[in-house]
Design a protein around this ligand. Sequence first.
Ligand code: APR
Length: 228
Amino acid sequence: MKVVVLTGAGVSAESGVPTFRDADGLWEGHRVEDVATPEAYDLQPSVVHRFYDARRAALAGVEPNDAHRALAVLEEALGDDLLVVTQNIDDLHERGGSTRVLHMHGELRSALCRGCRSRVAWTEDLGDYPPCPRCGVSELRPDVVWFGEIPYEMDRIMAALEEADVFVSIGTSGAVYPAAGFVQYAAAGGARTVELNLEPSAGSHLFDDARHGPASVLVPAFVRELLG
Ligand code: APR
């Protein structure tokens, strides 16, 4: 059984990581869309750095929850037949025990050099313009895929969706493409499709099965069912 799991901000919400489009999803009065663009970075890099530096620093104070841990249990059982594709830039899947994770929207604990294009592991602030450890140029930006940029790993993701027997979407509003279209792509390839979300997402009706409630409850139950 080949399974592809797509996760969004909702899988980390119970760990205390704010989602984007729920009530508390604003930051200092900015809509996330206003800081998460290359244009915003060109115009006001310090504002964009403050936003991501704060989110990176906040990772130290959060822990994975039962949803992340249940996906690690699923990986133990399925091995290479499980792929977790996350839109999240936190590292809670990895800290919850998952190893086969693709961060299609990048990672907070990574920096991207605008000089040499290297992606380097990064845990400190970027707002004080540190030099790139590879090329020495002070052009490190958050290694995050902004609106208008192309997500990472699309070839591997599309290939896995084509082969999937089961596609599960967890904690995502279905507002942002291309991830919002994965359900239709997986279904066209013959996968059974399941949504696990706090409330019906924009694309809820596209799934064979949609279950609504907190991820920390729904995901462990679904994993037990899948492995049962
Ligand atoms: N359990 C399950 N689902 C939850 C929970 C929870 N405890 N809490 C919230 N949710 C659901 C919300 O109902 C919502 O549908 O998670 C979803 C979060 O949606 P968004 O905030 O839009 O986050 P996401 O879908 O991950 O956003 C996609 O948009 O801003 C960009 O690049 C950013 O990766 C992000 C992308």
